[in-house]
Design a protein around this ligand. Structure first.
Ligand code: AMP
Ligand code: ZN
Ligand code: ZN
Length: 341
């Protein structure tokens, strides 16, 4: 049935514990969705992330390959303008003081905020890298998360990527960011609680279950890409490990390369179908305290969200989202995008 003939429907997101309204009446035909915004393209000559400009960056944490000089492929560096500071004594977190302002609780802003420069070349995007090199970017995230794990005060690590100005990017050179937080953030704790409640009811993992044929876009040896049943945003994609796995940082080299291939394919399909949209990419993993053993209900995944709609008062007021594109329609469209070469 074409989405234009469908009635609105509310779907429960069993991972994020929210309701999404699917309302095709509010949209053009799903296949007509295109990004209108111009992606920012800050001047290559002034770009500190480019090869040869390393001295304009905050200190480096590591690079791949480790002993490379001008032939580096990836650099992980400190953020010059970090949201949280690694220079605060983490022991100050132990006694959160009631704030004198309105009796709220305040913690010192201890944490880490790093940048991953994904290529030495300004014009090369993540989706231009070959699968092995996308895999190396993923392995750089893994290595940095493992380093951050040694800090007892770090409770959660968020890996994310902003691409394009309206997705929050201030730099056009391909990069992503890693933030290590002294708390488990609300979206992670709501997700974990929701997945645990689903598991307690069904004895099943809600992410292992999220694989209906209508929603599948593609599969690799170890991963599957889908549009989730209750996708919050139009053309949102999740990439999920086929085997149940709680923590992203347990990925091995072979799986990273395999994931690199599927991630590249999804980014290229979105770029072609939606006219190089601004997008955000997030890795949703489990809190670090729960590293051992595997959580039967916690399953990591990558979420890719092309920025095609704006969040308005309804979404802010209710926490419910309106998505004009039914997930099975979005999955079919993305599945059928042909990639040459
Ligand atoms: P975004 O704003 O998502 O494009 O992320 C780019 C990040 O790079 C921002 O968080 C900036 O604070 C950070 N940044 C900008 N210039 C530098 C620099 N020279 N060295 C390190 N980090 C930087
Ligand atoms: Zn650059
Ligand atoms: Zn699972």
């Amino acid at each position: 049935m074409g989405s234009e003939n469908r009635r609105p429907e509310m779907r429960k997101d069993n991972v994020n514990n929210r309701w999404v309204i699917f309302s095709p009446a509010r949209s053009r035909r799903p296949s007509d969705f295109k990004s209108k915004s111009n992606n920012n393209n800050n001047n290559q000559l002034e770009c500190p992330f480019c090869l040869g400009h390393e001295h304009e960056c905050a200190p480096e944490i590591f690079r791949f390959p480790p002993d490379s000089t001008s032939d580096w492929r990836i650099r992980v560096i400190q953020n010059l303008y970090p949201a949280l500071s690694r220079d605060i004594d983490p022991s100050s977190l132990q006694n959160p003081n009631p704030s004198p302002i309105s009796g709220g609780v305040a913690l010192s802003g201890f944490g880490f905020h790093d940048v991953v420069i994904e290529s030495p070349v300004h014009s090369v995007h993540l989706s231009d890298l070959d699968p092995v090199d996308v895999g190396v970017v993923l392995l750089a995230y893994k290595k940095r998360i493992q380093q951050l794990l040694s800090h007892d005060s770090i409770k959660y690590v968020q890996v994310f990527k902003n691409h394009g100005a309206s997705a929050g990017a201030s730099m056009s050179h391909s990069h992503s960011q890693i933030m290590a937080l002294p708390v488990v953030p609300p979206s992670a704790s709501v997700r974990l609680d929701c997945m645990k409640a689903y598991f307690d009811q069904t004895r099943k993992c809600s992410i292992c279950e999220a694989r209906s044929d209508d929603l599948i876009i593609d599969k690799s040896t170890h991963f599957i890409s889908i549009v989730p049943f209750a996708a919050t945003f139009p053309f949102e994609i999740w990439i999920i490990p086929l085997d149940h796995s709680s923590h992203f940082h347990k990925i091995d080299n072979q799986k990273a390369t395999d994931l690199g291939g599927l991630l590249k394919l999804m980014l290229r399909k979105l770029c072609l179908q939606l006219n190089n949209p601004p997008f955000n990419l997030m890795i949703h993993t489990c809190p670090l305290e729960d590293t051992l053993p595997e959580l039967p209900y916690g399953h990591w995944f990558i979420q890719i969200v092309p920025q095609l709609t704006v969040m308005g008062g309804f979404e802010m007021g209710t926490g419910c989202y309106i998505n004009p594109v039914f997930p099975e329609d979005a999955a079919k469209i993305v599945r059928e995008v042909r990639i040459s070469g």
